[in-house]
Design a protein around this ligand. Sequence first.
Ligand code: ZN
Ligand code: ZN
Length: 410
Amino acid sequence: MSRTFEENLALYAKLAVTEGVALAPGQELLVFAELTSAPLARLIAREAYRQGAKNVEVLYTDPDLTLARYEDGSDEAVEYAPQWLIDGVANAHRENAARLGILSSDPALLSSVVPERVATQSKAQGAARRIISEIITGFEINWSLIGAASPAWASRVFPNLPTDEAERRLWDAIFLTSRIHEADPVAAWRTHSENLEARVTMLDEMKLDALHFRGPGTDLRVGLADGHVWAGGRGRARNGILCSPNIPTEEVFCMPHRDRVDGVVSSTMPLSLRGQIIDGIQVEFVNGAAVNVRAKQGEEAFAKLIATDESANRLGEVALVPHSSKVGQSGVLFLNTLYDENAASHIAFGASYGENLSGYDTMSPEERVAKGANDSIVHVDWMIGSGQVDVDGVLRDGSVVPLMRAGEWV
Ligand code: ZN
Ligand code: ZN
């Protein structure tokens, strides 16, 4: 399908509003974007108003202002997060405003900042933003995350190309993985979602006890939470709206039991974390806790991350993605988890998702933990699947069902 860039961008805006947040007529929409994504944010606002939005508010961020705090700010500035602003956003969501995040940040923006400063600011932000993350992980409103190429991001992904060429290539990869190149992108996205949802139903019916990953440097058993529920594709928010929280998405995911993860696991792709690259991760788990953590690159930042709070060294998510997914097919290492987590099976340290536990809404925090849920202010995915990794499902009676061979669904 040959279209101009502008036509593709307009279709992308339409997909984000229609299938991403699935905006309801009369709803407010909050959009979070970097300055460089203003052309896309404007198209999204127009599309949202055409679909009956009551109000569209775009909150722009500027990477230069982020750096200003780290490079010229006092310790007090680095320890501070503006609660009043975060409270305002939380209030909007309590009044049912939908949320769309446009990701385009430079994956290595903070690479020259002292890691302690990054960890301190992230911790302050994490604590202040807790009310927002509870709204999101509790799925109280319809929300979605999409990507947008920026010169800085594109130059990290394609360091050998001139910036404009790099940006064009990254947009192409974004459009490919979001099905924008299809004749009818909205219909194509819906079909893809339905396929993921069928996979979810199949896995739920198997009532698995654990997953077993085997591959080079990996022999990991991930026990699943009691009363776990698989998720993938679209999800229904508690305000009743069926939305696609991530575009693209290729994963089906579940809640690990916070105390029943054992073995060793090796990362299969680098990960971009708070503006730093982490690569060559190897972790040993005992009774759910990471006891031995190494990384060939960025070990200090990774170790700090999983020491953020009491449960940041336990898993909150396990996800299965076939090696041949559209993101894997693109052959691009995006250095952004929204994309890279959809190239391979992965696990996440930190918070689990309420939608992955049956009856979550009616349970006390203690009851959730007893079922295996993990509560933390962090949630960081890292990739452990590849064309060399096999995955088995382990049933309650101990019998084993092959799920993936050489990275593909059996
Ligand atoms: Zn995931
Ligand atoms: Zn995740």
